[in-house]
Design a protein around this ligand. Structure first.
Ligand SMILES: Cc1cc2nc3c(=O)[nH]c(=O)nc-3n(C[C@H](O)[C@H](O)[C@H](O)COP(=O)(O)OP(=O)(O)OC[C@H]3O[C@@H](n4cnc5c(N)ncnc54)[C@H](O)[C@@H]3O)c2cc1C
Length: 376
């Protein structure tokens, strides 16, 4: 029986294991390995910070991920040998015929001097939970939302953070005593979609949020309360909300199959340099943004390859890099952007303005996946 080893039970790994279970059932031996106890949607971090949700409310325990033909092991991966398709964990060794690396992106705090000391990022569950306790006491001064480098997960998320912070400060009646500034490395908030970017910039202007585009946070000086940008200019802050520099986890880099911090793959097939090894989601350079919806799309293509290899049948489709990203515009409004990066000659992003329909679709995005992966 073919042995398929999926490293990581995030958006990519969960979707891949689910499709393989649906298509192959007990006809393959599928093992998923993750060091965590539970899955948390990326956007739930904003719910922790701005909607007083608890970690308990947003976590989806892996114990509830039960699929025929799939074992989910809670182990920490310590070494990957792509050539041998052998993986070492804190509990032992696993060998496979097919290896899929879906370990996401890690945060490289040390890449930005002063960042770890300030300890104020909102891209991890622990960071968002910590900031949920800090934001309510911010009532005057300058809030700086800052991105330390591209690529980073969910490009609209820092814009959403700025708008939700503005909501929160207005709700508490302290907005006039506060400034909000926002530093991103891109020229616009959502580069593939000029319409989406224009809508966000319009919101920032209306709400008095200062956008500093085309710059990244190069270092932080907590002693002086300033962030130094990559052009040497300085931004003062009383509250810093940061997006750390990203890269594939160390264990992936140490396996020798990364370039510039990520696993290069054939964008059409998601295969890595080594035959029988695939990489999907945030740990890969697959020609798409780093977001859950793209990790899932890649997972479905790899599933087709694995089903064809194990059971024969139809030829796999080409990975088209399409997906919808929902965007919080504040005041309970939700819009979205339909991204298409690989199907045609140009990257496109079609904007769907905020509406009750978009809000319902985002809700459905979460409930569909909760039901499909965790039976909840
Ligand atoms: C604030 C915020 C908002 C976001 N909003 C959205 C959104 O609205 N829509 C959207 O599509 N995306 C959104 N994202 C992005 C999304 O969360 C990620 O892009 C997505 O999770 C990537 O999926 P993945 O499968 O590649 O990796 P992940 O989901 O990160 O999964 C990787 C898994 O690998 C495991 N792992 C890592 N190292 C090891 C190891 N050594 N041993 C064992 N296990 C390991 C981790 O525990 C993790 O479970 C958001 C992200 C953030 C931070």
């Amino acid at each position: 029986m073919a042995r398929i080893l999926i490293l990581g039970a995030g958006f990519g790994g969960l979707e891949l294991a689910t499709v393989l279970s649906d298509r192959l059932g007990e006809a393959a031996e599928v093992t998923v390995i993750d060091k965590g106890e539970a899955f948390v949607f990326g956007y739930s971090k904003l719910d922790l910070m701005f909607r007083a949700r608890s970690v308990e409310e947003v976590r989806l325990p892996y114990a509830d991920f039960v699929k025929p033909g799939v074992r989910l092991l809670r182990e920490t991966i310590t070494a990957i040998d792509p050539e041998a398709k052998r993986v070492t964990t804190d509990a032992g060794e696993h060998e496979a015929d097919y290896l899929v690396i879906a370990l996401g992106a890690d945060y490289d705090l040390a890449a930005t001097p002063g960042f770890a000391e300030v300890d104020s990022e909102f891209y991890s569950v622990a960071g968002a939970e910590k900031l949920a306790g800090v934001i309510p006491s911010f009532s005057s001064g300058r809030a700086l939302i800052g991105v330390c480098g591209a690529p980073f997960k969910c490009p609209p998320a820092p814009s959403e953070c700025a708008l939700l912070l503005d909501d929160e400060l207005r709700r508490r009646g302290v907005r006039d005593a506060c400034e909000i500034a926002f530093v991103i490395p891109f020229g616009t908030p959502v580069p593939p979609s000029p319409e989406t970017s224009a809508a966000l910039v319009g919101e920032f202007e209306q709400r008095g949020i200062e956008l500093i585009a085309g710059r990244r946070i190069a270092s932080l000086d907590p002693g002086r309360g300033v962030a130094v940008l990559d052009d040497g200019s300085e931004q003062r802050y009383e509250l810093f909300l940061g997006v750390p520099k990203h890269r594939a986890p160390d264990v992936v880099i140490e396996s020798g199959i990364t370039e510039d911090g990520y696993v290069p793959v054939d964008t059409a097939t998601l295969t890595a340099k080594v035959p029988g090894v695939y990489a999907i989601g945030d740990c890969a350079t697959a020609g798409v943004p780093k977001a859950g919806v793209f990790a899932e799309g890649a997972a479905r293509i790899v599933a087709q390859h694995l089903v064809a290899a194990v059971a024969g049948g139809e030829d796999p489709d080409r990975h088209l890099g399409q997906g919808t990203c929902y965007i919080e515009f504040g005041e309970g409004r939700i819009g979205s952007v339909d991204i298409d990066f690989l199907s045609g000659p140009d990257k496109t992003g079609v904007f769907n303005p905020p509406s009750p329909e978009q809000m319902a679709l985002k809700e459905k995005f979460g409930t569909d996946r909760r039901a499909r992966w965790f039976g909840r």
